[in-house]
Design a protein around this ligand. Structure first.
Ligand code: SAM
Length: 299
């Protein structure tokens, strides 16, 4: 029988807890509570509380916890068991190998969005000093990652949420790319000055249908902003708005890249079926699902 965490001494040999055993303990507690990815969550919590990386966990994982670390782990565990996602507990989430501050005002960036970044990097390989537009930037995950990867790029990042832009600006400063980023508040094209044209326009807009909003997991509904998720009756409101004006704001040969829902590929191809676009392709994510649509502005 495992001694409950709150009944153990807070540190030292009698607590029986070191980083590794704490991870095991949390994994078991989270599994028993039916939390998916219990071991991943336990690992993230233990690493954050101890300040270890995975290598330090291997090398120093048998050292007894200090009382402070013990208490931090205990409080994080309680919050996770009450349904709060780990990234909200920690206040950050990793995206494309970098740490992004998050809060209840922004969508927590997802691994699902990394294929859009990868596709953008491969298409920008030959573009000198690219000018990028990230629409609905949220935490800044897409646009700021591209700035960090492409030292010559410049970015305009927009969002209708002032609170989201504040987080994106903080992330730009932390990632040391703020000198190359501008942030503008407003609805899709209202935020973008008319005289600007771009080499690439990117967006992961809200794309969940009103009906699907009713079936989302409780944690998503409770912790991700509605504004970041709700895409209208058929989930396509934002795509219609973005695609209608994008050809006017792209340079010739410039690219539009949009994250899409797994079942929206066909609809997006229909929306892009005009003389304005060529090279329309759908990229899949690691799970083999449609995830990104790309279209090139026709000459
Ligand atoms: C799905 S989230 C994506 C956030 C971030 N780009 C990412 O990939 O993690 C969609 C974002 O679009 C913003 N948004 C929603 N409606 C908008 C609108 N009409 N105009 C501009 N941005 C909007 C939301 O505030 C939110 O930050």
């Amino acid at each position: 029988m495992v001694t409950p965490l709150n009944k153990r001494p807070r540190s030292g040999p009698y607590s029986g807890l070191n980083a590794r055993s704490a991870k095991r303990f949390l994994t078991q507690a989270f599994s028993e509570a039916g939390i998916p990815f219990a071991e991943d969550d336990a690992l993230e919590i233990v690493l954050a509380a101890t300040g270890f990386d995975k290598i330090a966990l291997m090398l120093r994982g048998t050292e007894f916890l200090t009382p402070e670390v013990f208490e931090t782990i205990q409080s994080y565990m309680t919050r996770r068991l009450s349904g709060e996602p780990v990234d909200h507990i920690l206040g950050w989430r990793e995206f494309y190998g970098r740490r992004f501050k998050i809060s209840g005002d922004v969508l927590s960036p997802r691994a699902d969005t990394e294929p859009l970044v990868r596709g953008a990097l491969s298409r920008l390989e030959k573009t000198a000093r690219p000018i990028l537009l990230d629409m609905g930037t949220g935490s800044g995950a897409i646009g700021l990652t591209l700035l960090a990867e492409l030292p010559e790029a410049d970015l305009l990042a927009t969002d209708i949420s002032e609170a989201a832009l504040k987080i994106a600006k903080e992330n730009a400063a932390t990632l040391h790319v703020k000198d190359r980023a501008e942030f503008l508040l407003g609805g899709w094209w209202d935020a973008v000055p008319e005289n600007l044209t771009f080499d690439m326009i990117l967006s992961n807009p809200p794309y969940i249908t009103n009906a699907a909003m009713e079936t989302l997991e409780t944690e998503v509904v409770r912790y991700d902003p509605d504004l970041a998720l709700r895409g209208g009756p058929d989930g396509l409101d934002a795509y219609r708005a973005i695609i209608a004006t994008a050809p006017l704001r792209l340079k010739c040969g410039g690219w539009l890249g949009l994250e899409i829902g797994f079942d929206q590929g066909h609809e997006l191809k229909v929306l892009l079926n005009s003389g304005s676009w060529e090279n329309i392709t759908i990229d899949k994510d690691l799970g083999g699902l449609d995830r990104v649509v790309w279209a090139r502005k026709a000459d």
